[in-house]
Design a protein around this ligand. Structure first.
Ligand code: GDP
Length: 595
């Protein structure tokens, strides 16, 4: 090592006086003195920018260098939404340009709603005939002859699933950051969601009209979360705006079109008709109404659609202004009437042949759901198999810890582990102190990640959502164990812990012979359900007298997959025929324990 290297010091875009002093092994007072000599008054906890810190460092005999920040590129992480995969499968020659779909994310009160309204008022051509002005959850504007579709989904709740999924439906996310308030927890979360959905981000630096706006500081904060402004040689366009003064909106539209042009946003107007549900509501007079964002194909009046589990023929169709329309193409927001139920925001919709086909698909979906509701999407136990099968190439984690002091060693050890194991990359999507919250689980569900908690708990709401979405949440209290588990998982050495879970009970009402040696039991399901592909424990006088597989399950003469509480059924077991009236049959499945 030469003398030069010894004096080199790597500094971030922004650093507190205390940290700067620590890095140089100097006293903070010394640093403050040098700052004062250069005309900068700063207290020990105040941040100074790189240029200022560099002057101090040079005066104290160091060679300062700007830290290079590794940007997480949207295309590096996250799952590709289903509709994008459909478009990717279309024949290149059928693909036509379509308007980009844009959604706004950001911290509460940073101005998303105001900005959406300002853009609508400024750009939506006025004087339209016959339109009912109403919020349908999406609108389209025209800028210099090019259309842009905005998903208009305000809501001040912390981070609703709509917004989590909003990022999935969009091509571009506008991250709204108030210039007087800077990067806040939901700004970070929103950026993570956008990255997880592989959607590029344009930052709208809002409230620039306020005297307290501090754009330079906010840009530094943005750099710290991997969004380095283009003026600092990064990839993120940061546009200063004022939603209330309607300033900078043109520049924002330009930026969106620029990003859209680079991304070649396309769809096949003649292809499979599908998209995302933006909003659903029950109208007292018109029945179930749904706002849909069409992502591929052309939808027409009279088409039968399946949206989530709701279905029906389109009886009437409106554009975002409320005008009746007959058909619509890709990236168009529409409102439809005629569904039998209200679909949920974020549900996928598509056009099907008939109501009959829709009902058959719904039945399949329901059977599938009962089947896999308790199997995690991805867990450490099945990671290795999925890696081997090429289904996943990386392990995505969300890490929550009690204090910063434990978060850092965990993240460092995991990064080291990732470097040692070339066959898998470990991607930490989000790291933070605090209990595991609903929004952590939501992010994990949206991006097929595992949530790791160290010395923290999962909130009730988070637990419920994890169960529903099949997200694996693992809690640890010893760092070594945590790292060891992950290492084992990568190497395929982590054995799943299997547990028996009782899913229902039935009482034997009668017995009858089905053949010379086989006896079946006529039963009533007392609670839960009996499933054909599950196991049965035969309980008599509080003792288990047999434990084994089901041979057949019938309702009347029909073989069935399951029988629910309150219904009668016939059950035959593969190796047990000595049923007695009054026996209790406990039905259970073996599944992986979710820690
Ligand atoms: P949201 O929670 O992100 O949707 O934020 P809102 O759009 O509801 O805005 C929150 C508050 O900030 C409101 O009182 C707005 O009037 C105010 N606001 C929004 N944009 C601006 C702006 O550009 N300048 C100023 N001064 N205030 C703004």
């Amino acid at each position: 090592m030469s003398d030069n290297d010894i004096n080199k010091i790597i500094l971030p875009y922004s650093i507190s006086v205390r940290e700067l002093a620590e890095k140089m092994d100097a006293s903070p007072i010394e640093v403050i003195k040098v700052l004062m000599a250069n005309g900068v008054m700063a207290s020990i906890n105040q941040n100074v920018d790189f240029d200022t810190a560099a002057v101090v460092a040079s005066e104290l005999g160091f060679e300062p260098e700007l830290e290079t920040i590794e940007e997480v590129k949207p295309e590096d992480v996250g799952e590709v939404p289903f509709w994008r995969r459909v478009i990717a499968d279309e024949d290149e020659k059928d693909l036509k340009s379509r308007p980009p779909v844009v959604t706004m994310l950001g911290h509460v009160d940073h101005g998303k709603t105001t900005l959406l309204d300002a853009i609508r008022e400024t750009n939506v051509a006025g004087g339209e005939e016959g339109g009912i002005t109403q919020h349908i959850g999406a609108y389209q504007i025209e800028h210099k002859g090019k259309k842009i579709t905005f998903l208009d989904t305000p809501g001040h709740a912390a981070f609703t699933s709509m917004r989590a999924r909003g990022a999935q439906g969009a091509d571009i996310v506008i991250l709204v950051v108030a210039a007087d308030d800077g990067v806040m927890p939901q700004t970070r979360e929103a950026a993570n969601h956008a990255k997880a959905a592989r959607v590029p981000i344009v930052v709208a630096l809002n409230k620039m009209d306020l005297p307290s706006a501090n754009p330079e500081l906010v840009k530094r904060q943005l750099s710290e979360i991997g969004l380095v402004p283009d003026e600092w040689d990064g990839d993120t366009i940061v546009v200063p705006v004022s939603a209330t003064k309607k300033q900078g909106l043109e520049d924002l539209m330009e930026a969106i079109l620029l990003v859209a042009d680079n991304k070649e946003i396309k769809a096949n107007p003649k292809g499979e008709v599908l998209g995302t549900v933006v909003e659903g509501e029950l109208d007292r007079f018109r029945g179930a109404m749904a706002t849909l964002l069409l992502q591929n194909g052309t939808i027409k009046m009279g088409d039968t659609i399946l949206a989530g589990k709701a279905h029906g023929r389109i009886k009437a169709m409106f554009d975002f202004r409320g005008n009746r329309i007959e058909k619509a193409g890709p990236a168009t927001p529409i409102m439809v009437m005629g569904l039998n139920d209200v679909p949920k925001a974020g549900d996928l919709f598509r056009v099907v042949e008939s109501d009959k086909e829709a009902r058959a698909i719904v039945a399949e979906m329901e059977a599938e759901e009962t089947h896999k509701s308790s199997t995690p999407k991805i867990s450490l136990e099945d990671l290795f198999a999925k890696l081997q099968a090429g289904e996943v190439q990386e392990l995505r984690l969300i890490i929550k810890a009690d204090v910063q002091g434990s978060l850092e060693p965990i993240v460092n050890s995991l990064t080291e582990l990732g470097e040692k194991e070339p066959e898998v990359s470990i991607v930490i999507l989000h790291q933070e102190t605090g209990n595991i919250s609903e929004s952590d689980v939501m992010l994990a569900a949206a991006s097929d990640a595992i949530v790791i908690g160290f010395a923290v708990e999962a909130d009730n709401a988070a637990e419920r959502l994890a169960e529903k979405e099949g997200v694996s949440v693992r809690l640890y209290t010893i760092i070594y164990r945590l790292i060891e588990d992950i290492e084992k998982a990568i190497k395929g050495m982590l054995k799943p812990v299997m547990v028996a879970k009782t899913i229902g009970r039935a009482r034997v009402l009668a017995t009858f012979s089905v053949s010379r040696f086989k006896v079946a039991a006529g039963c009533r399901v007392l609670d839960g359900e009996i499933r054909r592909n599950a196991n049965i424990r035969v309980r008599r006088n509080d003792e288990t007298i047999f434990d084994g597989e089901i041979g057949s399950l019938k309702r009347g003469k029909d073989d069935v997959r399951e029988v629910r509480e309150g219904f009668e059924c016939g059950i035959a077991l593969k190796q047990f025929h000595e049923f007695q009236e009054g026996d209790i049959l406990e039905c259970y499945v073996i599944e992986q324990e979710v820690i």
